[in-house]
Unconditional design. Sequence first.
Length: 276
Amino acid sequence: MARRVSTRQKIIVSVVAWLIALVMFFPILWTFLTSFKTEGEAVASPPHFLMFHWTLENYFEVQSRSDYFLHFGNSVLISVGSTLIGLLIAVPAAWAMAFSPTRRTKDILMWMLSTKMMPPVGALVPIYLLFRNTGMLDNRIGLVVVLMLINLPIIVWMLFTYFKEISGEILEAARMDGASLSKEIIYVLAPMAVPGIASTLLLNVILSWNEAFWTLNLTASQAAPLTAFIASYSSPEGLFYAKLSAASTMAIAPILILGWFSQKQLVRGLTFGAVK
């Protein structure tokens, strides 16, 4: 009887999980299907799910109107660059807090996390004026710095949690063997925390890729990533749903593919310590 109840519970849990997954995936599926419709079919009521005239016109028009590959390159540079620089800063910081804590370590961590609770618009004016006065508006390097600073608390917190799972005795043994601080981090700590570092990198690439507030306010054309590419299809002339869906599909496809192929590494890293 216990086995039957257990099996029944597993089936219920699986069904509920699939339903939640389908609900979450449906907006992406609907956007994908709408990108192949005409503008008239995109706003038809009742909506057409599969029975419509499939066309690639929206994709051709989106590419002719905007340089997709320029925005794509900006997104790659900004998301990867901000994440790598953030890791270079966060790894030593997380190492110091995990293996050489002080009385203020927890306070510092909480203060860093509290900065994520501030509405971004509260810091927009001073940052915008700083960028304007230093000539950093519509500049890729400026966006890399801003997104790195925005996500740095998350990077430090995740790495700190991962490093806490590693025994400090291993690092002490490396020191006794004559390892310097840099060698201790590079050759001992980093290989042991590869799952955590990899999941941190992937998560922050996704966060930077999807960032819209700062990219829309600090860029114009040259440094605009794919989030600005999507926003360009909402204009005073109207909202073009089919073309907007095509632009959205082209923008989210790379990060969806990355997440799909790296899901095992991401889950492994998250269960390594980030959610404990």
